[in-house]
Design a protein around this ligand. Sequence first.
Ligand SMILES: [Fe+2]
Length: 170
Amino acid sequence: MAISTIEELFEHELKDMYGAETSLLAALDQMADESSDRDIKKSFQQHRKETQGQLKRLERVFKAIGEKPEAETCPGIEGLIKEKKTFMRERPSDELLEFYNIGAAQKVERYEITAYENLIDMADKLGLRDVVELLEQNLQEEEAALNKLKAIASEFDAAEEEETTSSRGR
Ligand SMILES: [Fe+2]
């Protein structure tokens, strides 16, 4: 069926985001596994937990518009995940992979932030006040996650990472 109204577009984009957040659970797990730095590992694990909460909110949004939660494959996020997999072929060192992941996660957050902003704008046009509020909460979490990643990236010291790793006897 062709999409011709904002209401239909909203539903399409919502399914897309539900698919994106679902795919990100596994990606965040993997990035936590690939982190040797305890704080970095913890922040990926924490954002995974937040992502589960975001999925729950999206389920409430589906309910609010009288639809069942349904995931659509999100080619945007799948592309970012694929980009990371392609990078693995370059056989990065553990330290560089960790640093790369912090950058890759920021790309994901930027994508999600724009997707949520678009959804909020549409929900607002449709007069769906409760939905706007739920989506705003997800948006705020993504913005906070992006800021945290930016701080981690600027503090990241590859030389120091190297030392920590070798002192563990690797
Ligand atoms: Fe998210």
